[in-house]
Design a binder for this molecule. Structure first.
Ligand SMILES: Nc1ncnc2c1ncn2[C@@H]1O[C@H](COP(=O)(O)OP(=O)(O)OP(=O)(O)O)[C@@H](O)[C@H]1O
Ligand SMILES: [Mg+2]
Length: 294
């Protein structure tokens, strides 16, 4: 049995059942400082005299070093949830704690690397300089005692992402895939223990995307950061994640959480295995069920 689909009546029950399955139920909350906790989060946007309930009663716990993907239809609140976790937006009600820290504090103390859909490199600097700048800002934060981590070395990470030869080019001289890789490199040298990635590969061609997924898997195996990733691709979600959080829209809710019980490190060719295909089918079927039930 490769996967366990947690499909229960309500989102709170879903969280509880998943926690119990993992042996970290609220009764034994000793581990609360060792995870991201999202409790009863709602986000209501006001605009043009009407309210948009972007997120409704979101409950989710994410363990340190876990790779979790948010998956769901357009408008179900994936980016809103990610922005709230990153401290870039604030929930209307509910609570978010990142290893006991408030998201704003976590962001200020450089505990979060934010990787958006399109790269946001500084165009006048080479990619090496772009990445070094992030590393330097991180060292400065260290001196101010905002962080206490050993950052990754810029050139080493660029090489790991296949950009060693292109380190002295400016962003405009590179392809979109290379720029996106440089963005990821920048995220890694920040030394932040959490990486939040909002559809980082969605604008890339399939081959580049496949290559980047493998690079990201390698980097994750090596550094075991806590990653929250957003994608519209069921196969990408299954390949990368420990758990896939399937969301539904209007209002944005968690429908189910699917454990991806495939071996780590993910062996080459795993995408051709029956277990992988079955998981992708399950993730898609769950999305459809949420869509039809909405
Ligand atoms: N600043 C805002 N003001 C008003 N409504 C907003 C704002 N940001 C998001 N929304 C609304 O909240 C809902 C969730 O948006 P969000 O961007 O989080 O969805 P998403 O799941 O990331 O979608 P996509 O897959 O298309 O990126 C949508 O209905 C959107 O229109
Ligand atoms: Mg989005």
């Amino acid at each position: 049995m490769y996967a366990k689909l947690t499909s229960v009546p309500g989102p709170v029950a879903a969280m509880r059942e998943t926690e119990e399955a993992r042996g970290d139920s609220p009764a034994g909350l000793g581990a609360a400082g060792d995870r991201i906790e999202i409790r009863g989060v709602n986000r209501i946007y006001q605009g043009n005299g009407r309210e948009v309930h972007a997120l409704s009663d979101i409950n989710l716990h994410i363990r340190r070093g876990e790779f979790v993907t948010l998956f769901g239809p357009s408008g179900c609140g994936k980016s809103t949830l990610l922005r709230i976790i990153a401290g870039l937006d604030r929930q209307s009600s509910g609570e978010v704690r990142l290893f006991k820290q408030d998201p704003l504090d976590a962001s200020r103390s450089k505990n979060i690397a934010w990787i958006p859909q399109s790269s946001s490199l500084l165009p006048w600097l080479t990619i090496r300089r772009n990445v070094e700048l992030s590393a330097r800002l991180n060292r400065r934060a260290d001196r101010l005692r905002l962080t206490a981590r050993k950052p990754e070395r810029p050139m080493q990470v660029l090489r790991e992402l296949g950009l060693g030869e292109f380190a002295d080019k400016r962003p405009a001289q590179l392809s979109g895939g290379m720029r996106q890789r440089a963005s990821i490199a920048r995220g890694f040298v920040q030394g932040a223990p959490m990486m939040l990635m909002d559809e980082p590969f969605s604008a890339l061609d399939e081959l580049t995307r496949d290559a980047l997924q493998l690079r990201l898997l390698d980097l994750w195996e090596k550094h075991r950061k806590t990653v929250i990733f957003v994608t519209h691709s069921a196969a990408e979600a299954v390949l990368l994640s420990d758990r896939v959080v399937v969301m539904t829209s209007r209002p944005g809710r968690i429908h189910s959480i699917i454990d991806i019980d495939l071996p780590r490190p993910r062996p080459a060719g795993i995408e051709d295995s029956p277990a992988f295909g079955e998981l992708v089918r399950r993730v898609k079927a769950t999305l459809r069920a949420g869509w039809e039930g909405a």
